[in-house]
Design a protein around this ligand. Structure first.
Ligand SMILES: *Cc1c(COP(=O)(O)O)cnc(C)c1O
Ligand code: SF4
Length: 366
C-alpha cells in the first residue's frame, strides 16, 4: 500500500471527533453525515484552526445542509439527463466529461455532486466500458475531461489504464484530469504518479482551491511536481459565502495559485444544489470580485467567472460592465478603477466598428 493510501485510511470519518473538538451536537452531525457522506483526510483536517474558518466550513457537516430550499435541486446541472451512457456527460460539441471515480479524499460540503456521496461503493472498472465505447463511437469528441469524484483516488494503474485507452482513440487530441488532491491530499502527487502521467501528453490538469490558506508548502510542492512533469495546470474555485466571498481573499488566492504555476481558470458561481444554500452568494458578489481582479493584478491571475446554468444550459461567463454608453462613433467606458474614458469608434471607411446593437450599455450608469 502506498503512503497516500495509508493516510486515506486514517481519514476522519466519524463525526464524534469534530463534535467533541468544536462542541457540536453529535446526533445532529450524525444525521447530516448520514445524508451526505463525511470524510476529511488527516492532512486537510490538520489545516483546521478554529470553528468557522475557511477550512472548517468546507469540510465539517452543518445542520443547514438538511434545510434545502425548494429552489434547489439534487442535480441542478441536469448531468444525469445529458448523460448518454453511464458516467459520460456530453453537453458541448467537441468534448465530454468522463466520471471515473465517486470517491474523494475529502467530501466538500458544498459539492455539486453531493447526491452521489450516498453511493458508497466504488465505480467498478467494468462500468466504464460503455463510456470508452461512447467516446470511440463519437469522432467529434476531441477532448475528454476525466473527473469524478476524484480520479486521483484511483491507483496509478487504474488512472494509467484510462489514459492509455483514451490515448489509443485517434480522434482524442487532449486529455484533461480534474482533481482536488493537491489541495486535500498532496501526498497523492508522487514522483511515480507524475512519471506515469507525462507519458500521456498533451495532458492538462485542473485543480481545485478555494482559499489562500490551502496553498501550504505541501500543496505548492505537489503542484510543482505536476508542473515539472510538463503538465499545464489550471484551477477552479467555487465562490462560497464565508469562505472566499471577499475580493481581497480571492485576489490573494489567485496570486498564490499563479505563483504555484497554476493559471486560474474558473471561478464558479455555486450551483443550485440541495443542501448548500448557506454557501450561496448573489451574482453581484462575483461581479464585484471580478472588478477587483482585472486591472488590479496580473491578467494571468484573472480567471473567468462562470455560472453553470441549471438543466444543462452550460457555463455562462459573466463580466462586470465596462461600457457606460454607446454614442455615434464613440463608446464611453469606465476603466478598472472607475475612471470614465471615451473611445472613438471609427474605421477607415468612416463607419463605426461597433453598432449600438452589438454593445448594450447597462441601463443604470453607476
Ligand atoms: C465544464 C464542462 C466541460 C468543460 O468545459 P470547458 O469550458 O471546455 O472547460 C465539458 N463538459 C461538461 C459537461 C462540463 O460541465
Ligand atoms: S473534491 Fe470535488 S467532487 Fe469531491 S467532494 Fe470536493 S467538490 Fe465534490
Amino acid at each position: 500500500m502506498e503512503k497516500w493510501q495509508k493516510s486515506l485510511q486514517k481519514s476522519v470519518k466519524d463525526v464524534g471527533l469534530p463534535a467533541k473538538l468544536f462542541n457540536l451536537p453529535e446526533d445532529k452531525l450524525r444525521e447530516v453525515a448520514h445524508a451526505f457522506q463525511f470524510r476529511v483526510s488527516p492532512y486537510y483536517f490538520s489545516l483546521l484552526r478554529e470553528k468557522g474558518d475557511a477550512i472548517y466550513r468546507q469540510c465539517i457537516p452543518d445542520e443547514l445542509e438538511l434545510e434545502g430550499s425548494e429552489k434547489l435541486m439534487e442535480d441542478p446541472l441536469g448531468e444525469d439527463e445529458s448523460s448518454p451512457v453511464p458516467n459520460i456527460v456530453h453537453r458541448y460539441p467537441d468534448r465530454c466529461l468522463f466520471l471515473v471515480s465517486n470517491q474523494c479524499a475529502m467530501y466538500c460540503r458544498f459539492c455539486t455532486r453531493k447526491r452521489k456521496f450516498g453511493t458508497r461503493d466504488r465505480i467498478d472498472p467494468s462500468k466504464l466500458e460503455a463510456g470508452f465505447d461512447y467516446i470511440r463511437q463519437h469522432p467529434e469528441i476531441r477532448d475528454v475531461l476525466i473527473s469524478g469524484g476524484d480520479p486521483f483516488l484511483l491507483e496509478d494503474s487504474g488512472i494509467e489504464n484510462i489514459l492509455k485507452r483514451l490515448r489509443a482513440v485517434d480522434h482524442i487530441q487532449i486529455l484533461r484530469l480534474g482533481t482536488r488532491t493537491p489541495c486535500v491530499l498532496p501526498e497523492r502527487i508522487t514522483v511515480k504518479l507524475t512519471r506515469m502521467l507525462k507519458k500521456y501528453h498533451p495532458l492538462f490538469i485542473n485543480v481545485h482551491f478555494n482559499h489562500p490558506d490551502e496553498l501550504t508548502p505541501q500543496a505548492v510542492k505537489a503542484l510543482a511536481r505536476l508542473a515539472d512533469a510538463g503538465i499545464p495546470l489550471g484551477s477552479q474555485t467555487v465562490l462560497l459565502k464565508g469562505i472566499n466571498d471577499d475580493p481581497i481573499v480571492m485576489r490573494l488566492l489567485m496570486q498564490k495559485l499563479l505563483a504555484a504555476r497554476v493559471r486560474p481558470y474558473y471561478i464558479f458561481q455555486a450551483d443550485l444544489v440541495y443542501g448548500t444554500e448557506h454557501f450561496r452568494t448573489p451574482i453581484s458578489k462575483g461581479l464585484e470580485i471580478m472588478r477587483q481582479l482585472r486591472g488590479w493584478t496580473s491578467g494571468l491571475a484573472v480567471p473567468y467567472y462562470v455560472v453553470d446554468l441549471p438543466g444543462g444550459g452550460g457555463k455562462i461567463p459573466l463580466l462586470p460592465e465596462y461600457v457606460r454608453n454607446v454614442e455615434d462613433h464613440n463608446i464611453v467606458f469606465s476603466n478598472y478603477c472607475g475612471q470614465v474614458c471615451s473611445y472613438p469608434d471609427f474605421t477607415g471607411d468612416g463607419k463605426a466598428g461597433m453598432s449600438s446593437d452589438s454593445v448594450q450599455p447597462k441601463q443604470k450608469n453607476n
